[in-house]
Design a protein around this ligand. Structure first.
Ligand SMILES: Nc1ncnc2c1ncn2[C@@H]1O[C@H](COP(=O)(O)OP(=O)(O)OP(=O)(O)O)[C@@H](O)[C@H]1O
Ligand SMILES: [Mg+2]
Length: 508
């Protein structure tokens, strides 16, 4: 099957952990002959027989029964330097042996089976002493290197991981349940890590190297990826992956996690439904996009919604949704489509609501204009640590693109934005919605903000988890009351607000 298999075994390299084969390498085998041997090896019933036969032919070589391909282990075990040396030797021989162009034409399962066959042959010929478990692990690692994302594969397979952060070849952190953990996943060296980064970014037609060391990309499953390479990242390539969650969290999930109280969720639902213009503010990884996704669940099915994102993360449930994505420049630095261009184009597409994944630059102006020109119910997220800071961030983002007087920008913001929802990642790792605030207008040259609903930390439990309460601030008739009334939601709004005044909503 593989054109280069005739070379197989001609020059097996030795390394620590592998007993050098003292027997001469087998004579070049024709692909079909090799196929027969490999086929027999792959058949568990004939493995022992076959191993015995080979052992008889090459008495100095210790033969362990070939291991079948196993499912990726949930977590990688700690690996020794000898393991890595063996892997490198086997991997190099494999690459010399197989014809990659033929591999590319096969489906994944066939390729895995072919690789498994060749790796087993190499192991037998090189005579390394490996347990079946080690062989399985080696095989899986090599398949992952050839077909996928190498040592990252087991982490990518775990849905509970939200972020993977690789800081050079030796350090790989993950975030699970809000906590950052160091894993024992290691890359062979920075070159292997860089190869994997390259493979990831080349799938979206990009390149990462000395001349363009920063790159955004995404994996086939939609996970968002950032790569920054040396010389900018001093200790080796740095790869950050925000894993794509297949089953997006709902507002009800957030209630069950204690991120918001039931009444708070009701208020957010009403805000989402009644076409308030919303900014979701928060620090990095605080849950802004998740919350935006949750709030869009309340958009009426009849409304035409257009989403604009740098990397498509939102999963709107409605039928009438148009999803747009920005485009980075190509390898020649051309063809970039910015968020500004997308939002401007949106306005010509008869949107009823515009949802912007993340506002980070002068497109803030275009979003505000959309909000001010009849596209009520538009929403966007931005990086800021409080609702008040979100306002000044908006102002400075607009200043990046326009030389407008500060007061004009503030008036524009005050006229456009109805609600700011603040998401935070608390010090115990939990995500929490800490503010629902209203923009109620201008007083002099200051935008007036009013908190409707806040999270107040009251202490810490025995396990270090923060304890606090979501409470309404006592405002019974918020500024968006008329919008709620227009949608017949004012009673529900009043009830949710009054329920959570005082002692309502106690959450650990
Ligand atoms: N309330 C929550 N409780 C538990 N996990 C959450 C919560 N909100 C979000 N997450 C998880 O946290 C991770 C980050 O969420 P998300 O992508 O929404 O953050 P973000 O603020 O948009 O991040 P970024 O700043 O990188 O865009 C995701 O894996 C998401 O599933
Ligand atoms: Mg986000």
């Amino acid at each position: 099957m593989f054109g280069k298999r005739d070379d197989f075994g001609n020059a097996p390299k030795t390394a620590a952990g592998i007993k050098p084969a003292s027997a001469p390498a087998p004579a070049p085998t024709s692909p079909s002959a090799l196929r027969a041997t490999v086929g027999a090896l792959a058949d568990p019933s004939s493995n022992a027989q076959n191993a015995a036969m080979l052992a008889a032919q090459m008495p100095d070589i210790q033969v362990t029964q070939a291991a079948p391909l196993a499912a990726p282990p949930p977590v990688q075990s700690e690996k020794t330097p000898e393991y890595y040396a063996t892997k490198k030797t086997v991997f190099d021989t494999l690459i010399e042996t197989i014809d990659m162009s033929q591999l590319a034409e096969m489906d994944n399962d066939t390729t895995r089976a072919e690789i498994a066959d060749v790796v087993n042959e190499i192991l037998i010929i090189q005579g390394g002493v490996m347990s079946i478990a080690e062989q399985e692990e080696l095989l899986e690692d090599i398949c992952n290197d050839v077909l996928g994302y190498g040592p990252l594969e087991p982490l990518l397979a775990r849905d509970e991981i939200s972020d993977i952060m690789v800081n050079g070849a030796d350090k790989c952190y993950i975030e699970v349940n809000g906590q950052i953990e160091l894993t024992n996943v290691k890359f062979q060296d920075n070159a292997q890590l860089m190869n994997i980064c390259q493979r990831i970014v080349s799938q979206v037609g990009r390149r990462v190297d000395d001349s363009s060391p920063i790159c955004d990309a995404r994996l086939m499953d939609g996970s968002r990826v950032n790569v920054i390479a040396p010389p900018l990242s001093i200790d080796g390539p740095t790869l950050t992956i925000r894993k794509f969650k297949k089953d997006k969290l709902t507002l009800q999930n957030l209630v069950s996690f204690g991120s918001i109280s039931q009444d708070g969720a009701t208020i957010l639902g009403i805000i989402g439904r009644t076409r308030c213009n919303v900014l979701i503010s928060g620090g990095t990884g605080s849950g802004k996009t998740t919350l935006l996704n949750c709030m869009t669940q309340f958009v009426d099915a009849q409304e035409r919604v257009i989403t604009c994102e740098d990397t498509a993360e939102l999963q709107l449930q409605q039928d009438h949704v148009v999803r747009l994505e920005t485009r980075p420049p190509n390898l020649e630095g051309e063809g970039e489509i910015t968020m500004r261009e997308l939002i401007k184009n949106c306005l010509r597409m008869r949107p009823e609501r515009i949802i912007v994944g993340e506002v980070r630059g002068p497109e803030a102006f275009d979003l505000l204009q959309a909000m001010n020109t009849g596209h009520d119910g538009s929403m966007g997220t931005l990086h800021a640590n409080s609702p008040r800071e979100a306002l000044s961030r908006m102002e400075s983002m607009i200043t990046m693109g326009y030389s407008l007087p500060s007061i004009t920008i503030k008036e524009m913001i005050a006229g456009a934005v109805d609600i700011i929802v603040q998401a935070s990642r608390l010090r115990d790792g939990s995500r929490c919605i800490t503010h629902i605030s209203e923009v109620i207008g201008m007083e002099g040259d200051v935008i007036v903000l009013q908190d409707l609903f806040t999270y107040n930390i009251t202490g810490e439990d025995a396990n270090g988890k923060l304890v606090g309460k979501h409470q309404s601030t006592g405002i019974v008739k918020p500024h968006f009351w008329d919008k709620a009334k227009y949608y017949n939601e004012e009673q529900r709004l009043a009830t949710a607000l009054s329920n959570s005044a005082g002692d309502g909503g106690d959450f650990a």
